[in-house]
Design a protein around this ligand. Sequence first.
Ligand SMILES: N[C@@H](CCC(=O)N[C@@H](CS)C(=O)NCC(=O)O)C(=O)O
Length: 219
Amino acid sequence: MTPTITAFAQSPDRGQGLARDMRVRWALEEAGQPYEVRLMSFKAMKEPAHLALHPFGQIPTYEEGDLALFETGAIVFHIAERHAGLLPADANARARAIMWMFAAVNTVELPILDFAYGKFTEGKKSWYEERLPLVKDRIRDRLGQLSTRLGNAEWLDGAFSAGDLMMVSVLLRLKPSGMLDEFPVLAAYVARGEARPAYLRAFAAQQAVFTAGEAAGTR
Ligand SMILES: N[C@@H](CCC(=O)N[C@@H](CS)C(=O)NCC(=O)O)C(=O)O
């Protein structure tokens, strides 16, 4: 059965691929699975029909038959479990790939979101500028540690896995800030992820939503 995911009808990032439907699209492309997309307005995301799927009123969601999921980590894990290409067959290597998925969303993404969302939510507070160096240093600590671990390796643990997919997705949010370039090992790692054919297909698909909106005059 072809799954349906939800994505922004009008992505605030203007098609840069930073919205989280991108991770799910990428995972489905890596797995070679077709999918359908239901585009959501911000208003519709907060209405009962969508809240029944996603209690926090966000995107993306994933529907397949009578299964409905939210949270990108869970969705990517579900895709990776059911299709080849995203989790190693060896049990220990598989456990480590899952560990990296959690590390991406639970350890690396948290300080990055504090930085990325802070400007919008707290940018006008008197203490915002004073706090900013601390927020950036927390990110640099994590990036330094991750960079040391990655070293000369191509991917985090052997072959490309769902752990890399989640980690690259999380790190991509830092690209516009220039902070990633302070860690050439990680900048190269992210570039390897972005060069994967599955990533490129997913990126083009999400960008097409923005381009179509512009052409229709809804942007
Ligand atoms: N932890 C969630 C985060 C989902 C999330 O923050 N989605 C954003 C788009 S990238 C969203 O829907 N934001 C709109 C809102 O929260 O109202 C996941 O990984 O799926």
